[in-house]
Design a protein around this ligand. Structure first.
Ligand SMILES: [Zn+2]
Length: 413
């Protein structure tokens, strides 16, 4: 029995609502790694995987892995997935939507009693956001085999180590390497995710193909001047660190606006000593710079570093520049991305390609195999917020595109 696309999309929406009800905080959605709420969603999604003709198991880190067998044994495997953990006071779609759309496609295959010339493995990663232990891509790094065992010593706000939390969650940190996916039979990894930005909405498009996941530089910038009495130090004799910082913030914005594709943000500013009647002596600010071309990003950072120096010199305020570990750009697979574009055409939607400014499990999975991503329009570009919203029609479009993608990939086998 085949059910319509609209009904499938509606079922996905309802499942997003159901998972959105599993939270560790009353009145808002927060689902950190290893919590009771994560246990509940894993149980729920495992049951849905069984209903869709899949086997389901939890790996040694606690990620859920569903498998739908191919038409014949010994075939290769396509990996699909996203994450089930959330940020604090989250929306319902960041992560779960990708898992549930992939699951819906498998359900539709199973309803038609159809097998493909490749198996499908669906990963519902247990920790992508890193809210509890400040680790990133925990679940997918274990699967890709790039997890750093030193991470197990990280502690949460209650002093519980990741090692302890993993054991309590039914995982086994001693044998995480067993959960590394063998790469030899994999066709690639494809992740469906909400865009988390306003681009698709501005173009009136339901879905978009991700070209790459943009690299990121994070830099701690300090301006050190001289604190002084707001009433007694004349304007001409001041070394106001906050005025230097303000000039720098505007320079960051101006550079971001002048280079296509560049986004540059000062998100945190702390002024010390921080009193209404004291001239700020020290300002600490955060700088975040992203672009899909690593060379452009690095060049932009060098320009901003020079600018911080010249602004400081003119005001006799010293500027200190401390880069944190950068992330390089992760390109999506040309082969899989072209297939996704063909799938969008086959579903009769316009093809639009865009970089991802946010990181995803696909970044970690790129160490294991070729990756592709499909973005789904979200309302107002809002994400990591309870107002996160997607339209059922767009979910239907994403299901249809992923289904076409499976058909096209099947033809290639
Ligand atoms: Zn996400």
């Amino acid at each position: 029995m085949d059910i319509t696309l609209e009904a499938t999309a509606q079922a996905v929406m309802e499942r997003c609502d159901i998972l959105g009800g599993y939270s560790e905080e009353p009145g808002q959605l927060t689902r950190r790694y290893g919590t009771q709420a994560m246990r509940q969603v894993n149980e729920k999604v495992a049951a849905w995987m069984h209903d869709a003709g899949m086997t389901a198991r939890q790996d040694n880190a606690g990620s859920l892995v569903g498998r739908y067998e191919a038409s014949s044994p010994g075939s290769r495997t396509l990996l699909l997935g996203s994450h089930l953990d959330t940020v604090r006071d989250a929306g319902k779609y960041d992560g779960p939507l990708g898992v549930l759309i992939a699951l819906a496609c498998v359900q539709r295959l199973y309803d038609r009693q159809q097998r493909l010339p490749f198996a499908i493995e669906l990963f519902a990663f247990a920790d992508e956001e890193g809210l509890r232990f400040h680790s990133s891509y925990l679940g997918s790094k274990v699967v890709a085999g790039t997890f750093d065992p030193a991470t197990l010593r990280l502690t949460d706000s209650e002093g519980i180590t990741l090692d302890e939390a993993m054991r309590a969650f039914g995982g086994n940190p001693d044998v995480l390497q067993v959960s590394k996916r063998d790469g030899s039979d994999i066709l690639g990894y494809c992740e469906v995710h909400i865009e988390q930005g306003p681009v698709l909405e501005s173009l009136n498009l339901p879905v978009g193909v991700v070209s790459s996941i943009a690299g990121q530089s994070r830099i701690a910038v300090n301006f050190t001047g001289e604190a002084g009495h707001a009433g007694t130090v004349p304007m001409t004799l001041r070394h106001d660190a906050l005025c230097a910082a303000a000039e720098f913030v505007l320079a960051v914005e101006a550079l971001g606006r002048s280079l296509p594709g560049l986004v540059a943000t000062v998100g945190q500013v702390t002024a010390q000593p921080g009193a209404s009647n004291v001239i700020p002596g020290l300002v600490i600010l955060s700088l975040d710079v992203r672009h899909q071309d690593d060379t452009v990003r690095e060049q932009a950072c060098r320009q901003l570093q020079e600018r911080a120096g010249s602004i400081g010199a003119a005001r006799r305020v010293s500027a200190n520049w401390q880069p944190l570990q950068p992330h390089h750009t992760v390109p999506c697979s040309l082969r899989l991305t072209q297939l996704l574009a063909q799938a969008i055409e086959a579903a009769q939607y316009p093809v639009y390609s865009l970089p991802s400014g946010a990181g995803h499990d696909a970044v970690a999975m790129s160490d294991l195999t070729e990756i592709a991503m499909l973005f789904v329009r979200c309302k107002g570009g809002i994400s990591h917020h309870p107002a996160e919203s997607v339209a059922p029609e767009d979910v239907a479009a994403a299901i249809e595109v992923l289904e076409q993608f499976l058909v096209l990939l099947a033809k290639e086998q």
